[in-house]
Design a protein around this ligand. Structure first.
Ligand SMILES: Cc1ncc(COP(=O)(O)O)c(C=O)c1O
Length: 394
């Protein structure tokens, strides 16, 4: 085990000099709303006085819950009632809380791979077993899901929860079709399987409105949707939310953690509600969308210009990520040091699977953190690194 020591930086990300790092799914720091949040904090303190510094209401700051209900009535096909919402400390803690309170030791959690690698870490912190289910360009493969659930039950296991990211997926950028969304929620209801729907990227939709969430399509209370303000406002707020049936939301809000500490990040949540109420939230989301749309387009143009025809990649309609399949014979692990020496970095695709021998020829690029010119330069370095490995292979 490594010791972490005292970090010298205030932030999680530390730049590597000379490397355009597309490994991290972080926002461009230049786009973050520093001035607007400072003003909102001032207004919120003036409005609420010492109430903003007390322990907060258990399910989360009521003005923020009201805002979430109103916003989802515009961005999703169904809005929750306030009794169906719990504020969390980001999507990460929403998933952790759901795993803590809705799972039992020995349950099996299904994940359709590839999937968000750090969700795998969160789930692995719990006494559950993880099982991979296949996915294709349209999302989770339902036949494989049905076969896996049947096989596990037959073997005496308890498949209880499916973690999935149907909208602007991390790492592929993919968006699951409406048909498959409907089939998935019907299957979950029929099999008494809970779905943890990671909806972190709903607001970052670049080519039209986002699709309805699984939560909105589900009538059976099978879906726990996990949302985040990390990508629509700022990750440092550590704010997200869960929408679920009122029964599940009550269970989440009455666990020991919130009972002890009150609603999550009460100060930040109440400031965020003030910020949102002024219209700043909607403006910020538009600002992110315009910037990231341009960044995505430049990255895709750079890949077309610099990668050989034998490579392929996804064309995301939202989110932060592009998934690249390298030319046959080139592995992401072999490519990474060559690309880094030329001035760019990425995350190898196997990081997003339960089995790290999977997808050796795939990699993930994040287009969120760097301006368009840097992305273009990074694709030139990537292309040169691929060419170098192909030349060395003869
Ligand atoms: C799919 C997905 N879920 C959750 C998170 C983490 O969200 P939060 O910062 O709200 O915990 C991320 C961040 O990259 C993500 O990509």
């Amino acid at each position: 085990m490594t010791e972490r020591g005292i970090a010298s930086s205030l932030t999680q990300y530390e730049a590597t000099p000379g490397v355009i790092d597309l490994a991290w799914g972080h926002p461009d720091p230049n786009l973050l709303p520093v001035r607007e949040l400072r003003a909102a904090a001032q207004r919120a303190m003036d409005r609420h006085g010492s109430d903003i510094l007390e322990y907060g209401s258990t399910a989360g700051s009521p003005p923020l819950i009201d805002f979430i209900c109103q916003r989802l009535s515009e961005t999703d096909a169904r809005a929750p009632s306030s009794a169906q919402v719990v504020i969390t400390s980001g999507a990460s803690q929403g998933l952790d809380l759901a795993a803590t309170l809705l799972l039992s030791a020995g349950d099996t959690v299904l994940v359709d791979v590839p999937t968000y690698h750090l969700a795998i870490s969160i789930l692995a912190d719990h006494p559950v077993r993880l099982e991979a289910v296949a996915s294709d360009a349209d999302g989770i493969v339902l036949d494989d899901l049905a076969e896996t659930v049947a096989r596990l039950r037959h073997a005496g296991e308890r498949p209880r929860l499916l973690y999935t990211i149907p909208t602007f997926h991390n790492p592929t950028g993919r968006k699951v079709s409406l048909e498959r969304r409907n089939a998935l929620v019907a299957f979950a209801a029929q099999e008494s399987l809970l779905i943890a729907e990671d909806d972190t990227y709903r607001e970052l939709s670049y080519d039209g409105p986002p699709p309805p969430s699984l939560w909105a399509l589900d009538g059976a209370g099978s879906v726990v949707r996990i949302g985040s303000f990390a990508k629509s406002v700022a990750p440092g707020l550590r704010l997200g939310y869960v929408t679920a049936s009122a029964e599940i939301a009550t269970r989440l809000a009455t666990g020991g953690l919130l009972d002890s500490g009150g609603g999550m990040n009460h100060f930040a949540a109440t400031v965020l509600a003030e910020y949102a109420g002024s219209g700043d939230y909607a403006r910020q989301v538009e600002h992110f969308r315009a910037a990231y749309r341009a960044q995505r387009d430049r990255l895709l143009a750079g890949l077309s210009a610099h990668l050989p025809d034998t490579a392929s990649w996804s064309r995301p309609e939202g989110g932060y990520f592009v998934w690249v399949e390298l030319p046959p014979g080139i592995t992401a692990d072999a490519l990474l040091p060559v690309a880094a020496a030329r001035g760019m970095a990425f995350l190898p695709g196997h990081r997003f699977f339960l089995d790290d021998r999977a997808a050796p020829g795939a990699l993930r690029l994040a287009f969120s953190m760097h301006p368009a010119e840097a992305l273009q330069e990074a694709t030139a370095h990537l292309g040169a690194a691929v060419d170098q490995l192909r030349a060395e292979a003869g």
